[in-house]
Design a binder for this molecule. Sequence first.
Ligand SMILES: [Zn+2]
Ligand SMILES: [Zn+2]
Length: 332
Amino acid sequence: MARLGSWIKAQPEGIYVEPADAWIDPSQPKARAWVTHGHADHARGGHTAVLATPETLAIMATRYGPQSGQPVAYDETIRVGEVDVRFVPAGHVLGSAQIVMEHKGERVVVSGDYKRRPDPTCPPFVPVPCDVFVTEATFGLPVFRHPDTGSEIDRLLHRLHADPSRCVLVGAYALGKAQRIITELRARGHHEPIYFHGAIERLNQLYQELGVDLGELRHTGGASKAEMAGHVVIAPPSALNDRWSRRLPDPVTAMASGWMRIRQRARQRNVELPLIISDHADWDELTMTIRELAPSEVWITHGREEALKHWCMTHQIKACELNLVGYEDEDD
Ligand SMILES: [Zn+2]
Ligand SMILES: [Zn+2]
């Protein structure tokens, strides 16, 4: 009998689905690309035809201009070549999807990036039992255990209220994390205006157009220090130590990232208030998901493959590493 999933080939530039002649999240322009979500390491411009959720296509259009693509709603099955393909929620960012493929009686699920904890900006991850599960492993080490999101947000609010003459400047990835922090703050009862760096404006607008309520937002440009005192300011991580931040009232520098678990990373960025909030599964979420799906094989990509592979072996699940290049989740 042929190897499971032998119709799917891991190439350096992405995952090639041979019987559909399609690539998943390719790093090079391709004739047919299936895109799991809008982060730049997965969604690139220049493909001839893109298959993605309507939200992901809208994000790609915002970043790269109009896309020649076909929107596919969650749970809609379409046939491409000899493959039935379906996008199901991955719980990572707005529009993010796992790609479920069926061919010759085998089901393969490519997770893209995912997490299992609630996120007010997107529908939760849907577990789809399968023969082969292709998982990310960004935080694939037992040391990575993300704390409860609400308690991290409460730490932020506590710091904000402790000194109303200062602001709290939160570094957050522009797509997904920034909007999630805003909605998590709203969910914790913070209804004050939130200020944002201009680099986040278009994605904030897009999220709002797509139905995510972010409450009252204000651009930092044009606001005085006195107006911003006592408020939260959201900016991309690259702006934290930038000249731009001098316009803010004595900012407490925070950063929202799974990497904040590592103290050295926080120090490197001069982060005073590290917030461990990630859009990726932590170690427990990764292993819980594999247990729940009970696939015959796990293919691991995108991060720290070795430890998760070892965990699979000790749980009698066949596992291997896919060596794809060009995926970076430094700011997630
Ligand atoms: Zn991502
Ligand atoms: Zn990624």
